[in-house]
Ligand binder design. Structure first.
Ligand code: AMP
Length: 488
């Protein structure tokens, strides 16, 4: 049963902001957590980003802060009353953004501080005074040490994505930060899992918490049109371009499994004239924020990213998602394609399956409980009219020496050749180096340039992925698909 926000009797200023954001009913985590936090209880919540978790903790905190004015006699005019800690800059930025929206019709002010950026503008904001501070642990400690903020009036603290904070090694920083806070406060902890470490953290810092768990959905939205194409690694980029063009995809996430693969793909798509940006862990903070911003503004069409870089990013309703690589973890498949087809909108999810992905595909099938059908896709480059080659060319391809000689003689009669030595001298020894990678520059259209008879020579695809993964169409000989075993 869906629950409406009106049941909560939130302050009209918060209710107005929620209505302006278009929220109609509460998500499950909100329906469970908001009433509990409104009562002042500590909460230990298992919920992922994308479940409405941010509103689940920030709305009741804002409501309580509005209801109970700070009675402090502190000389600071606006002491920090609520502190939200997150593991990464992107998540901190995103959560701060949402809190600003919820609080926009109130007097409560918020700001965000995270590393990798100049401290000065953050210091100015802090000095002006804020009631809600969103931060990553390292940078917050820098500000505490510089005496830019005082945390002795904090009434509410949220440890969001706590499992990731521990993974990153923030435990000592968290312990130090928590030691600056008053003992009497409300503490909320959210984590994807309740590992023994998380339980230990909770038992040290939470008091008699209520545990709330929202089951992680393994379902893929029915509004998402899912395709699995059998594509050789060398043809993936060309196939991606073709689908973008043929389906008129305006914006898409393109998921790649490695940082290097991500950088390479983004660069080559860019070289081919597609408005592309990359998001991966080796990018500087500034570059990452710029990339995200450009994508959100629609200045960039393809966001090539890794799972880690994309995790938790609040970019929704993307028309399409490409799995350039099949994710190593089946749950990531569900997360990745969950970025499209949201809220009833239709979405397209395209996955490129190469020969080595057999086990990964079987895992996805098992997780989502659906049979996956493997399809073949004809590359544009292979769509050549039947009579494309003249007799001489056909003879060349078929190894007919007589035919080859004829072609060579005819060509040389038209354009006499340089002597062999001169030809050799004028030929570059190697392609020029690509400055980013220690390998020669790859010509952009290398895949296009492949002679189509190579594909014709390959046997038609017969999928051996799993008994459930069948080839939907009968694959004609010209299709660039081959049996998985050939690629492994
Ligand atoms: P979160 O899990 O907090 O990152 O939220 C994910 C997205 O869901 C954000 O864009 C929110 O604005 C949106 N959202 C949160 N709560 C609701 C709601 N009750 N109805 C519709 N959208 C929501």
């Amino acid at each position: 049963m869906t629950q409406s926000f009106s049941e909560l009797q939130l302050s009209p200023n918060l209710a107005r902001a929620i209505a302006e954001m278009g929220y109609e009913s509460m998500t499950p985590i909100q329906a469970q957590a908001i009433p509990v936090v409104l009562q002042g209880r500590d909460v230990m919540g298992a919920a992922q980003t994308g479940t409405g978790k941010t509103a689940a903790f920030s709305l009741p905190l804002l409501q309580r802060m509005l209801k109970h004015e700070n009675a402090s006699t502190s000389p600071a005019r606006h002491p920090v009353r609520a502190l939200v800690l997150l593991p990464t800059r992107e998540l901190a930025d995103q959560v701060a953004d949402q809190i600003k929206q919820y609080a926009k019709h109130t007097q409560l002010r918020s700001t965000v501080v995270f590393g990798g950026m100049d401290m000065k503008p953050q210091t100015l904001e802090l000095k002006k005074g804020v009631e809600v501070l969103v931060a990553t642990p390292g940078r917050l400690l820098d500000h505490i040490e510089a005496k830019n903020c005082v945390l002795n009036q904090v009434e509410y603290v949220v440890l969001d994505e706590a499992d990731r904070m521990l993974d990153i090694g923030f435990l000592p920083d968290l312990q130090r930060i928590l030691s600056y806070l008053p003992k009497t406060r409300t503490t909320l902890l959210f984590s994807a899992t309740f590992s023994p470490e998380i339980k230990r953290l909770a038992s040290s810092y939470l008091q008699d918490p209520i545990t709330i768990e929202v089951a992680r959905s393994n379902a893929t939205a029915s509004t998402v049109e899912q395709h699995f194409y059998r594509v050789d690694d060398d043809d993936k980029r060309q196939t991606l371009k073709q689908i973008v063009k043929e389906r008129g995809v305006t914006q898409a996430f393109v998921f790649v499994n490695s940082k290097l693969g991500c950088a390479r793909l983004a660069r080559s798509l860019e070289r081919e004239g597609l408005k592309t940006t990359a998001l991966h862990g080796d990018k500087s903070q500034d570059e990452r924020l710029k990339a995200l911003d450009a994508f959100k503004k629609g200045e960039v069409d393809l966001l090539v990213c890794t799972d880690v870089a994309a995790r938790g990013l609040d970019i929704k309703d993307v028309p399409a998602v490409f799995n350039f690589d099949i994710p190593f973890n089946a749950e990531d498949y569900v997360h990745r394609i969950g970025r499209t087809g949201r809220a009833g909108a239709s979405g397209l999810a395209v996955s490129f399956v190469s020969g080595k992905d057999t086990r990964l595909m079987a895992d996805i099938e098992k997780l989502i409980g659906k049979k996956l059908e493997l399809e073949a896709l004809e590359l544009e480059a292979d769509r050549k009219p039947a009579g494309r080659f003249n007799d001489g060319q056909r003879a060349w391809r078929e190894g007919d020496d007589e035919g080859r000689r004829e072609i060579r003689q005819a060509r040389e009669a038209r354009e006499p050749r340089e002597p062999r030595e001169e030809r050799r001298a004028s030929r570059p020894a190697r392609a020029p180096a690509d400055p980013l990678f220690d390998k020669p520059y790859e010509p952009a259209l290398a895949a296009d340039a492949k002679p189509s008879w190579e594909a014709a020579a390959k046997p038609a695809a017969t999928s051996r992925l799993s008994p459930n993964i069948k080839s939907r169409k009968k694959v004609p000989a010209l299709f660039k698909a081959s049996a998985p075993a050939e690629n492994t």
